[in-house]
Ligand binder design. Structure first.
Ligand code: 13P
Length: 243
């Protein structure tokens, strides 16, 4: 089965010039790139094969825009052809984004026909209490985050990103990430009749991606640090395409 590969550049690279170089090197069919807002349009203009997405959107989408300084709406993203959006990333949750806000964003993305990529995942403290505790936590996040999702939505992408694995070099094991992927799919299917694709994220690199890719319940990857490293990401693309 083909695996999805999404690059979350986070707040990298530093300049538009570097961003364009990185985008051109990552421009491949079935690759999804999420650059910072400021680079979206310029990168969209140079991409020939990859799909472009955003790292966030604002939780209000009034028909005529609104007084929300610094915010970017779903309508704005849609108007430049943005296809997907990463929502609920733990780095945004750490900045104060609540499940209530995330659920509004998910609903707005769906209504605007922008595919949401919902990020969930437990902290190190929770995981230390065992995988069952982590599964309970993730189930609660999903319940809260999809609470306003339109009933018409039948498909979804969720990224399981345990916080302790993000940017630490301490990735989850393919087995337990796969167990969590099954758990997420079952919740969404049983309780919401949604068929979910589940990605794994957290210190994915060219050395460990093949092991994760062997797991049939892991449908792809949300890659952070390694996706902003041109050589490393090129190798990752090569591996994923050869599967
Ligand atoms: P790293 O790949 O740098 O661990 O980041 C994962 C992530 O947060 C992707 O959204």
């Amino acid at each position: 089965m083909k695996k999805l590969l999404i690059a979350n550049w986070k707040m990298k690279p530093k300049t538009l010039k570097e961003a364009i170089v990185l985008a051109k090197l990552s421009d491949d069919k079935d690759i999804y790139l999420a650059p910072p807002y400021i680079f979206l349009q310029s990168i969209k203009n140079v991409l020939k094969k990859a799909t472009i997405g955003a790292q966030d959107l604002f939780q209000e989408n009034p028909p005529k825009g609104g007084a929300f300084t610094g915010a970017v709406s779903a309508a704005m993203l849609k108007s430049i052809g943005i296809g997907f959006v990463i929502l609920g990333h733990s780095e945004r949750r750490a900045l104060g984004e609540t499940d209530v806000i995330i659920s509004k964003k998910i609903a707005i993305a769906c209504e605007s026909k922008i595919t949401p990529v919902l990020c969930v995942g437990e902290s190190e403290g929770i995981r230390k209490k065992g995988i069952e505790e982590a599964m309970r936590f993730v189930a609660e996040q999903i319940k809260n985050d999809v609470s306003s999702i339109p009933k018409t939505v039948k498909k979804m992408i969720v990224a399981y990103e345990p916080i302790w694995a993000i940017g630490t070099g301490n990735n989850d094991t393919p087995e337990s990430a796969s167990q969590m992927a099954r758990h997420i799919k079952k919740i969404l299917s049983d309780q919401y009749s949604i068929k979910a694709k589940v990605l794994y994220g957290g210190s994915v690199n060219s050395k460990n991606i093949s092991e994760f890719a062997k797991e049939s319940d892991i449908d792809g990857f949300l890659v952070g640090g390694a996706s902003a490293d041109p050589k490393e990401f090129k190798t990752i693309i090569k591996i994923i395409k050869s599967i």
